[in-house]
Design a protein around this ligand. Structure first.
Ligand code: ZN
Ligand code: ZN
Length: 164
């Protein structure tokens, strides 16, 4: 997706708007492949602020993430806003350098998605995760590992046997 900033470059008080889609099927996240299920929806506004161009926008992405507790894939709709500066001058560390009058927003959008991803995604707030001992999915199976350790009835029995 691109935004045409030709007017914005020339006139201090003009703005450019664009909305559209970024079409990618995967995003690489630290060596992990994140599936993108639908075209990423983006709207953006560019304004000349006198020094460089301020770009603000909104992103909506339908992703498949892996639950950090039960390790299952689940659908995650990420909605975020972004704010960047664009500059024709190279060497301006605060701004993203661009050439010409049409700015491709693909990298900006993908970077902002990566910045907004949850550190520990969960398929649902109350996901019970996997048993640390036997690895079974606690959302489905009730393994006996936890019972053995904490069920008070068992500890009473243990004490009875100890008395023998
Ligand atoms: Zn889960
Ligand atoms: Zn277990």
């Amino acid at each position: 997706m691109k935004i045409n900033v030709s007017n914005v470059l020339r006139n201090l008080d003009s703005r450019a708007e664009a909305s559209g889609e970024v079409l990618v099927s995967h995003i690489d996240y630290m060596g992990e492949d994140i599936r993108v299920n639908k075209p990423i929806k983006v709207s953006a506004v560019a304004v000349n602020n006198g020094r460089d161009i301020s770009l603000t926008g909104k992103i909506k992405a339908d992703l498949t993430l892996k639950c950090s507790r039960c390790l299952k894939d689940f659908e995650y709709v990420l909605e975020t806003e972004f704010e960047e500066k664009l500059s024709k001058e190279s060497g301006n560390d605060d701004a993203i350098h661009f050439e010409g009058e049409i700015v491709d927003l693909t990298d900006i959008v993908l970077n902002n998605i990566l910045l907004s991803l949850p550190m520990k995604p969960v398929c649902r707030e109350d996901c019970k995760g996997l048993c640390p001992k036997c690895g079974s999915d606690m959302n489905i199976d009730k393994c006996r590992c936890a019972e053995k350790d904490i069920d008070p009835r068992f500890s009473v029995l243990k004490d009875l046997f100890k008395g023998d």
